[in-house]
Design a protein around this ligand. Structure first.
Ligand code: PRX
Length: 590
């Protein structure tokens, strides 16, 4: 156990149980029983379950673990044996560099095999892995690496030059930067090491040290309404939920070719882009290319993808392109979606055009794994996210005036029964529940009440027990699957000398779900010119990358709460043409 990561000032007040409840016979226990555990009873380690136990079995070692399509569409296969060797080399390299258990290894990578090797190799070394979005600009990357205390970063030469070199001086904890692949100009960046050359020099076998199932393993950053990004910390025991949900929600089996299109920087890119399919013993497909409808159809058909996990924005982009040239996909058994509301039109389109109605799945960075889904074999109810998976107890809690679950003076909540609408909550104790927001015990404690984890989502339940997403209860923005904290964007805008104050909201968009829009007030005497608007957009783009606002509006004044905070909800209400006072209709209007 590495207590330093889990404990912080005030952590003793944390009310949630830290362990998944051992409930023999539950859905989780069935999955737990199918895992190996480390040899000699040395604990539970994700990398052992995902890689080494398959590689140790002569019948499975030669099976393809990772099928990688490079940008030029060439196929490269890594077997479980290959993956065990490469991850062992990476674990040795960390030890040689003096990086010990519990230290944080970050990745800033696209979909390349070095990602799988780094994540799983660092888990073997019992380090904590934190993958970042490669499309982020320097500001969000610096913030996350600083909060996470990054000791090691693995990235490419291009990303290093673009995103890391400008912020390196502000990251004193960062001891090693390892560069891989890239454009052939790898190495040569001052203060970096050549990962590929170093790996070649290491041994291809590694004995994983004792790992407590409660040892921290994965750190995923997510955004809240206010303050810094939140580092949700997951432990090795999460692998129990990865296996159980891979089976229950995605129907994954060892002979599947599974394609998860999620970005590696998103929790989906780790839980289902790496861990879940490997724990099952299936083959995962990883495509370096960016979205391109024809390439995607070609890949689904040529590779014979059997289970496809994607997102509403991607499905809507396919819909926009039309139906010409969509191949027959007889091997595709299941299409599933995650991350944003899946509109009924998209469900019907997938049924008609791909031959499979997309199954919605709901979860969060904090839950670590799918919690609610249309299960394989269920009739898909368009517009609904499905039902809680076995082992998951979901509930709807009555809400107070601030829109969140009302928590009584003694910490009690009011659980709604039957057909209802309220804040979606989950009974604590599932194995992949986050165990901390790194360094923020009060924020963590505030997520729990009365044995429930409060999700911040408003949902509705029908007579059949299906849950429907209604809205977020807070101001976070979902754009093309990215959860964007308005405060992070506002901070970058107000850092510009012309800007006094900023309010950032999401506005509806037919493809991305929401787009980031900023309202700013300017310093006295500053003219609101088109040149200034372009300059602010470029300033935000440089600092934030993909999460920068698409639109900036100059305002004379912004609405404030009594305590002086910008009232984003009012900005949103006005944007949607709702009367100022009528904030209650906001949710259903989205
Ligand atoms: O608001 C919900 C939305 O995405 C949020 C979680 O975002 P993030 O932590 O980035 O996602 C991690 C992996 C899914 C949720 O609070 N969300 C997620 N799934 C759905 C969804 N909204 C509607 N329908 C979904 N299926």
């Amino acid at each position: 156990m590495q207590p330093d990561l889990l404990r912080g000032p005030g952590a003793a007040r944390r009310p949630a149980p830290l362990r998944g409840r051992a409930d023999p016979g539950s859905a989780w226990e069935a999955a737990r029983a199918d895992l190996d555990g480390l040899p000699g009873g040395a604990g539970l380690n994700i990398a052992h379950e995902a890689v080494d136990r398959h590689a140790a079995d002569p019948a499975r070692a030669g099976r393809v673990a990772v099928r990688w399509l490079d940008r030029s569409d060439t196929v490269h296969d890594l077997t479980y044996r290959d993956l065990a060797g490469r991850t062992a080399r990476f674990a040795h390299l960390l030890a040689r560099l003096g990086v010990g258990p519990g230290e944080r290894v970050f990745t800033l990578l696209g979909r390349v095999p070095a990602l799988h090797v780094t994540v799983l190799g660092a888990l073997k070394a019992r380090c904590v892995v934190s993958p970042l979005f490669s499309a982020f600009g320097p500001a969000p990357v610096r913030e996350r690496m600083r909060l996470g205390g990054a000791a090691v970063l693995v990235t490419t030469p291009q990303l290093y030059r673009r995103t890391i070199a400008p912020i390196r001086a502000g990251l004193p904890d960062l001891r090693h930067v390892l560069l891989t692949g890239g454009d052939g100009s790898g190495g040569g960046e001052p203060g970096t090491l050549d990962l590929d050359a170093l790996l070649d020099a290491e041994e291809p076998t590694f004995t994983i040290g004792p790992t407590d199932p409660q040892d921290p393993a994965l750190l995923h950053f997510t955004s809240g309404t206010t303050g810094t990004p939140k580092g949700a910390l997951h432990v090795h025991e999460a692998v129990v939920a990865h296996l159980a949900t891979a089976r229950a929600a995605l129907d994954l089996r060892p002979d599947d070719l599974f394609w998860c299109t999620a970005d590696p920087g998103w929790v989906t890119g780790t839980s289902y882009g790496i861990v879940a399919p490997l724990v099952v013993g299936a083959t995962l497909l990883s495509d370096q290319g960016e979205f391109d409808a024809l390439r995607w159809y070609r890949t689904l058909e040529r590779e014979g993808v059997t289970v496809w996990y994607t997102a509403p924005t991607a499905i809507r982009m396919l819909m926009r392109r039309g139906e010409d040239g969509v191949p027959a996909l007889p091997r595709l058994r299941l299409v599933a979606s995650v991350g944003e509301p899946l509109d009924p039109d998209a469900v019907r389109w997938t049924a008609r055009v791909l031959g499979r109605a997309a199954h919605d799945t709901w979860w969060q960075t904090e839950t670590g794994a799918i919690m609610i889904a249309h299960r394989p074999g269920d009739d898909v109810v368009p517009g609904s996210m499905g039902r809680p998976l076995p082992g998951v107890q979901a509930g709807l809690l009555a809400r107070g005036p601030d829109g969140r679950a009302a928590v009584g003076a003694h910490g009690g909540v009011h659980v709604l029964h039957g057909v209802a609408e309220g804040e979606l909550a989950l009974r604590t104790g599932w194995p992949s529940m986050f165990r901390a927001y790194l360094g923020a015990p009060e924020r963590y404690a505030a997520c729990f009440a009365d044995g429930w984890y409060l999700t911040g989502d408003i949902a509705r339940r029908d007579l059949q027990g299906h849950y429907r997403f209604v809205a977020r209860a807070d101001d976070v923005i979902k754009s093309a699957g990215h959860l964007i904290g308005p405060f992070e964007v506002e901070s970058v805008l107000t850092a510009h000398p012309a800007v006094v104050e900023a309010g950032v909201i999401g506005t509806p968009d037919p493809v991305a779900g929401e787009l980031v829009k900023a309202f700013v007030t300017l310093r006295a005497g500053t003219e609101p010119t088109e040149e200034l608007r372009a300059e602010l957009l470029a300033h935000a783009r440089r600092a934030l990358g993909v999460v920068a606002p698409k639109e900036i509006v100059f305002a004379d004044a912004l609405p404030h709460t009594r305590s002086g905070k910008v009232m984003r909800r009012l900005l949103r209400a006005r944007e949607l043409g709702l009367p100022d006072g009528d904030l209650s209709t906001l949710e259903t209007a989205r």
